[in-house]
Design a protein around this ligand. Sequence first.
Ligand SMILES: Nc1ncnc2c1ncn2[C@@H]1O[C@H](COP(=O)(O)OP(=O)(O)O)[C@@H](O)[C@H]1O
Ligand SMILES: [Mg+2]
Length: 374
Amino acid sequence: MLIKSLSMKNFRVYEHAALRFGEQTNILFGENGAGKTTVLEAIHCLAYTRSFKTHLDSELIRYETTEARIGGNFRGDKKNDQRVEMSLSEKQPKQIKVNGALLTSQAGLIGRIPLVCLAPEDSVVTVGAPADRRRFFDKLFSQVDTVYLTALQQYNRVLKQRNAHLNDFAVNGTPVNSELLLALDTQVVKQGAIIQQKRAEYVQKFKSFVYQIYLELEKDKTFKAAYIPAVKVKPGESVEQAFQRELEASRPADMRRGTTTTGIQRDLFLFYLNHQDIRRYGSMGEHKLALVALKFAEGRFLEDYLTEKPIYLLDDLFAELDIKRSVQIIQSLPEGYQVFITSTDLADLRRHGLEIESENLTVFDTGKLRDVAA
Ligand SMILES: Nc1ncnc2c1ncn2[C@@H]1O[C@H](COP(=O)(O)OP(=O)(O)O)[C@@H](O)[C@H]1O
Ligand SMILES: [Mg+2]
């Protein structure tokens, strides 16, 4: 997949801008605040219907204006073109159009434009709480499997109801409606078992990619990933039976605590560097390198399932990395893919091993992109 061109109107700092991108590496350079990340944000919005920096669409609308608009022309690996447009307004919900047709659900865009984004905000994937890692994998698996996405949405909806019910009992002493609770439990078990099985299967696949990539980046250390479901399946039991058994067993505790204490919302995804939990023991550089490996693995995973090459957005890639690691990353940068890299100066990129003069490179002086009429 390629993005051939992008236009922005009243999108953050851009009043008007129109860009044509190169098919391989695109460098966006410029001082802090020049608008580099914003270009990546716009591309991300077109692929995922939202920014990677904020959940609030209104933040994307340029100060003192009320409407923003972005549009991109994409070309698939099979030379199939698609145009995606997004309009944001303070007054109405955002609108997304694909080839001129209004998208009725945001799920409609899922998996259409495979894109991997590595930004400073992603550091939570390795340093953050278990929920941050679940989010990373859920987002990835949802893009290649709509059954996964639907099961997850239903699970979360039912879990919320169940917890509200339990909480009402624990806090206010409202009697539990056991019929309702049983009905909710049936759904929790059904959807939860689907998710748990799919997580196990996809993590297996993901591991094969990430181990290989990590090895390319760093030969002297071993990187491992593990999926530890909260619900433990005993020999001879199906995942569904195990879920049912554990949910029943934890019912008294759930009622006491006013929440659901077992299930996929308690699953752990762990990363180990040289057999140590990276979250506790990793240095800044080790975290960054692991994150790069995870993101590149995300790309291969998407490509494998969607049979479409992803676009890579790499924001402030080299922050926290020494020259040796950066050079290694540059060398392992996926070839034959469209990649976007931001940097505050070109000399820095050169120092980090990038051949700026290469003809495969398109360089943008970001500060000069503003006010180019679309
Ligand atoms: N809604 C907005 N309206 C106008 N300017 C904004 C808005 N949101 C952010 N900005 C400004 O846009 C500028 C560019 O931000 P960004 O793209 O993150 O820069 P860079 O990545 O080059 O450092 C910043 O100066 C920021 O203050
Ligand atoms: Mg930035």
